[in-house]
Write a protein that binds this ligand. Structure first.
Ligand SMILES: Cc1cc2nc3c(=O)[nH]c(=O)nc-3n(C[C@H](O)[C@H](O)[C@H](O)COP(=O)(O)OP(=O)(O)OC[C@H]3O[C@@H](n4cnc5c(N)ncnc54)[C@H](O)[C@@H]3O)c2cc1C
Length: 454
């Protein structure tokens, strides 16, 4: 698209997607005005209550590389080679994520990553960032954005310009467009919430290069490493019921629950009761929005358009992929309306697929990883990948390590592969089943070479 140099875009929300998008668009000579509700993270302490660290994988890294910022992010990254599964008796076992040296995911601190992205964006003369500015909504009738300056305590309006809304899962812009019946929104909340707890450094015997999981069937604790030697643990648990947050209302109940369910984690949390009482309990859900854009004037992107549950560690990765896709489509679109429409057409099937796979992964993480059949099929999948790398890649690996395979294609192939794994597992032979003539026949019949289409 031939946008005149200096053409202006508003971006609302300087979170992970907003900051990266500002950088990508500024590199093309566009003038970006970025409005953010929070204070400048380069000066203020990070907001409490958001996930403190996140898993970054190949899709996100590819987008960071496209923006020329990956090398600035690298010092923040801690490789995690697999899931370290803790059973009730305290025994641990590593389930590697992939089988090649580079098949790892990375733990990264949200606040540090956001700061690096904002620093990179503002280094471009084309980006102006306005902190402490809360967007109240967009009005398409008058073509204005309404904002509130939290420092001056006044409300004001800006021309729509156009605007890209990257104001996250609770997007005020999305809400205002839905209220004006310009789009429809469905929010599906899980009946499970989360709470974060800090395991201070030194974190005892916890292996640093792994994502730790205490799967308990119906709920789980996980922990990701931080660069200062601490870990951030997250408890995912039902909101109500006998084993739930609602049942953990006293220090004694919390202590007793952890002693029973996560005995080997308890010594790492000497201040458990105080943290549990002080830290917020977060909600988890999926946001479905239709459409994502209005008249070439407003586009929703990242969580604002399609927030997902965190169990595949892909929300940020998908939001970064959105940014890269919009940037790529700028070359191929005649005008803004076409650009936004193409973006939605290209991204919607993929974000719908990852939303579904993320929900499925909760069941896998909290229940299946301890199941003997699951572990057997996982080993068989690895064996098949070694033997037929051009046709069979485990679904988890397609999502995490293969950004060239769109999410929707990973989901489609994943369904075929899962059926095949069950059939081969039933036929017996363990990992060796991967070498059987039956495996070779079924794979050739059902799975076209990757990249060759259905
Ligand atoms: C517990 C948990 C764990 C997660 N783990 C992972 C993981 O391991 N890997 C992964 O890839 N993803 C993970 N995610 C998902 C990830 O956090 C999101 O997908 C990602 O942050 C989306 O980026 P975004 O820029 O769209 O939204 P956000 O990062 O939420 O940014 C939105 C920005 O907009 C600002 N804002 C909000 N409202 C307004 C307003 N009205 N006016 C102005 N500014 C506003 C906010 O302050 C913020 O800066 C996790 C999420 C949760 C809740």
């Amino acid at each position: 698209m031939r946008l005149p140099a200096g053409a202006r875009f508003n971006i609302v929300g300087a979170g992970l997607a907003g900051a990266l998008l500002a950088l990508l668009l500024a590199r093309r000579g566009l003038a970006i005005a970025l409005y953010e509700r929070r204070a400048d993270p380069r000066q203020a302490r990070p907001e409490r209550g958001r996930s403190i660290n996140l898993a970054l994988a190949a899709r996100g890294m590819r987008a960071l590389e496209r923006a020329g910022v990956l090398e600035s992010v690298r010092p923040l990254l801690i490789p995690m080679r697999g899931r370290m599964v803790h059973d009730r008796a305290g025994a641990v076992a590593l389930q590697p994520y992939g089988q090649r040296e580079h098949e790892v995911i990375y733990s990264v601190g949200r606040a540090d990553l956001n700061r690096v992205l904002i620093e990179a964006a503002v280094q471009h003369g084309n980006v102006s960032v306005h902190f402490n500015q809360q967007c109240l909504g967009a009005d398409l009738a008058t073509e204005h954005l309404s904002l509130r300056d939290a420092v001056a305590g006044r409300e004001y309006q800006l021309p729509l310009a156009p605007t890209i809304a990257t104001d996250g899962a609770g997007s005020a812009i999305r809400a205002s467009l839905a209220a004006a019946q310009l789009l429809r929104v469905r929010e599906e909340w899980l009946d499970h919430d989360y709470k974060e707890l800090t395991i201070a450094a030194p974190a005892g015997a916890l292996e640093r290069h792994a994502l730790h999981i205490w799967p308990r069937g119906g709920f789980m604790l996980i922990a990701l490493p931080n660069t200062d030697g601490s870990f951030t643990a997250t408890l995912f648990l039902a909101r109500a019921g006998p084993r739930s947050f609602a049942a953990l209302t006293t220090a004694a109940a919390v202590q007793e629950f952890f002693a029973r369910e996560f005995a080997d984690a308890l010594p790492l949390l000497p201040d458990l009761a105080a943290q549990f009482a002080a830290h917020p309990q977060g909600q988890l859900g999926t946001v479905y929005t239709l459409p994502w854009h209005v008249r070439g004037e407003v586009l929703l992107l990242g969580d604002a358009a399609h927030a997902i549950v965190p169990f595949h560690g892909q929300g940020m990765n998908a939001a970064f992929e959105d940014c890269a896709e919009l940037d790529a489509l700028l070359d191929a679109s005649a005008d803004r309306q076409e650009l936004f429409a193409r973006f939605e057409e290209s991204r919607r099937p993929n974000t719908t697929a990852i939303a579904q796979m993320a929900l499925e992964n909760y069941l896998e993480m909290r229940d299946a990883v301890l199941d003997a059949g699951f572990v057997r099929r996982k080993a068989l999948a690895m064996a098949l990948e070694r033997r037929f790398p051009e046709r069979f890649i485990p679904r988890y690996s397609m999502v995490m390590f293969h950004p060239e395979i769109p999410y929707a294609e990973a989901q489609r192939r994943g369904i075929l592969q899962e059926q095949l794994l069950h059939e081969l597992d039933r036929a017996g032979g363990g990992d060796a089943a991967g070498d059987s003539p039956l495996a070779a026949r079924l794979i050739r019949e059902r799975l076209a070479p990757i990249g060759a289409g259905p």
